[in-house]
Design a protein around this ligand. Structure first.
Ligand SMILES: Nc1ncnc2c1ncn2[C@@H]1O[C@H](COP(=O)(O)OP(=O)(O)OP(=O)(O)O)[C@@H](O)[C@H]1O
Ligand SMILES: [Mg+2]
Length: 268
């Protein structure tokens, strides 16, 4: 019976990032974790290899082939190559009778046209149906945070080109902040990168409703994505002191002239 069900079951989750692509298949788990690179013929732009093989090919070959990343910060930069790369992703999914249903992670602030472009690329690559999920929600689920519970959790997903921060509660995004700065900038300007990560986490806290901000003091903010692995990135689980959280929240309410709210911590 299980084997029979497997013939039809082929739901996949795809994170087609600027630098890396990961593909997860229901029932199997992670089936692909490779650079999101395509090696193309320098003259004809014909794709020659994908992922790790593409990097090896261009690394070992002089002249004839160049490396392309078809998607940058969730935007399809080269439609034909994005489609070809997604086809490569679908080839990694165990065979089944039906075409796969795919969930694609995209930055939360992606505009409608760009969302449509991502969906179209996946449909043309062979998906039966395509759904989009906001990158920080996908990152929070991947990090094992309990996103459906009535408590607040926060995540900052630091990719190569973007950092997507969000506070999540009851399976929804309560507030979010997306910036076009990621770990690639850290190579050139580590100070700007670090300031941005800290600022994202602090602003997120300032945006959260007080009862949720109080949850975050206990739960901390979880950093995910490749950028979280950089040695100088603030700790992966950035513990926030209660004082800092309270000061931020009060600062914001003062700015907004709010006298109807106050911050009460669970242990008070
Ligand atoms: N161990 C590590 N040490 C330092 N930096 C790392 C490490 N691993 C990954 N990175 C950096 O993380 C970035 C890639 O992270 P990730 O795979 O999350 O990005 P992405 O999802 O492809 O990008 P985006 O989400 O912006 O589209 C690269 O810039 C890389 O330099
Ligand atoms: Mg990413």
């Amino acid at each position: 019976m299980i084997l029979f069900a497997r013939l039809f079951e082929n739901d996949v989750g795809i994170d087609l990032g600027t630098a890396n692509a990961r593909v997860w298949a229901r029932g199997t788990g992670l089936v692909m974790d490779e650079p999101s690179s395509v090696a193309v013929d320098a003259r004809s732009r014909k794709p020659l290899a994908f992922g790790k093989k593409a990097e090896d090919l261009v690394g070992g070959k002089s002249g004839g082939a160049v490396l392309v990343h078809p998607v940058e910060a969730g935007c399809v930069r080269d439609e034909a190559l994005a489609r070809a790369f997604l086809k490569h992703c679908f080839r990694k999914v165990p065979w089944s009778l039906l075409a796969p249903r795919a969930v694609l992670a995209v930055p939360g602030d992606l505009d409608q046209d760009r969302k449509v472009a991502m969906k179209e690329a996946a449909v043309k690559a062979g998906a039966r149906e395509v759904f989009l999920i906001e990158a920080p929600m996908a990152a929070a689920i991947g990090a094992g945070l309990r996103v459906t519970e009535p408590t607040g959790c926060a995540v900052v997903d630091i990719g190569a080109a973007t950092a997507n921060a969000a506070v999540i509660s009851l399976a929804g995004i309560v507030c979010a902040r997306d910036v076009r700065i990621g770990a690639d900038v850290a190579e050139r300007d580590p100070e700007a990168f670090e300031a941005e990560v800290v600022d994202s986490a602090a602003r997120l806290l300032g945006m959260a409703p007080p009862e949720i901000a109080a949850d975050l003091v206990g739960n901390g903010i979880v950093l995910t994505g490749g950028g979280a692995l950089r040695p100088r990135t603030p700790p992966r689980r950035a513990g926030l002191s209660r004082d800092a959280a309270e000061a931020r929240a009060r600062e914001r309410w003062k700015r907004e002239n709010r006298s109807d709210v106050d911050l009460v911590f669970g242990d008070e």
